[in-house]
Design a protein around this ligand. Sequence first.
Ligand SMILES: N=CN[C@@H](CCC(=O)O)C(=O)O
Ligand SMILES: [Zn+2]
Length: 438
Amino acid sequence: MNHNTRGEPMRLLIHSAKQIVQVTSGREKVLKGAQMKNIKILHAKPGDGLSIVINRLGDIEAVGFDTEISAKFRTNVFERRVDASDQCVLPGFVDAHTHPIWAGDRVHEFRMKLAGASYMDIHNAGGGIHYTVEHTKRASEETLFRSLRDRLLRMTKAGTTVAECKSGYGLNADTELKMLRVLERAKRELTFVDISITFCGAHAIPKEMTEETATKAIINDQLPAIARAIRLGEISVDNIDVFCEKGVFELESTKRILEAGKTMGLRVNFHADEIYPLGGAEMGASIGAEVMSHLEKISDKAIHEMAKYEGIAVVLPTTAYILKLESPPVRKMIDANVPIALGSDFNPNAFCLAMPMVMHMACILFKMSLEEALVASTINAAASLGMSETHGSIEVGKKGDLVLVDVPTWEHLVYQFGEHDHLIQMVIKDGLVAYDKS
Ligand SMILES: N=CN[C@@H](CCC(=O)O)C(=O)O
Ligand SMILES: [Zn+2]
């Protein structure tokens, strides 16, 4: 308990829990290598459960046994008390990679893929991202906001309290700005989730352009328009992304766009080496990219380089599964001390919003351990967004973002595939109830 909080009203007391999965307890900002296996867990003692106190700023004030906490806080009034008997408490999940704002689903392409078409076949024939762009261009801001809110709420019900959210279905300044305004509105209005906003105008080459003209349009038209809107306080942008892939934005164009974003103060967080081993991650490492996603085809050299400067690898099991891609070499990356984070990659190609399912798939497809999958969905995912000082673990001083789960031990949330709706009882965001199953 911090000094001078004696007697102050507190926002929330959670008590009687049987496990608190803190993940970290020493203010670690990111975990790598063998550290990803060693998570911090508190266990209730016979007759003494576990408590968490959250103050009126929404920050964690104390974590400990019920008896200690009730003695320390005997003079404090709690705005709300939650009895977590028989429940395990985990940090809110951080989804490190999502494309949640778009109109026009692609269920027809799911059918085409089942019949044998590849992702790039569909993309090159004008479908895929291009199909979603056409629908997103025509959608109003209000329509986009409503569907975004609904998707984010569904994520939160599955335990997500922080999500990285990309634009990228505009491909021109007007529609990209429209998407970024909607994301900004969500960031300001929605209290159940924190959002890290990513500009992904380089998500595909518009049909009427070449790679070169599209690159110039992003650097000379979209980025300046975004910088202007940021200056006017209309939007905020945290990260810059490019779909760096053979036949989309290749190495040279990707580098130019990322460097232009970097000059604007954006964090570099881009799609690399997903389908073809283009060398995207080597290029990313050469410019010190904070984060690279996918990495199915990452080279050994890039793994080595990322480990040297602690570049974070965001791996995406839903996409690898749906597109039947070879898995990224996650074990090799962990052994080399590259910090790994997980994302749902929610998008019209990979319609999955639930981090418990992502963790399960990461264990099976990418051979991650349960602990590694949890670290990758909490502290490391927060680190990928530059937010791990405040999010991603249950520690005093951090944000009160929690998931309360009715399971014998926390591992059940990952083990019981697809059962998160049944198991998650409550999600807390900044000490307020964001979702209550009862
Ligand atoms: N690969 C590029 N971007 C997305 C897919 C976007 C889409 O197909 O609409 C991804 O991360 O998987
Ligand atoms: Zn993506």
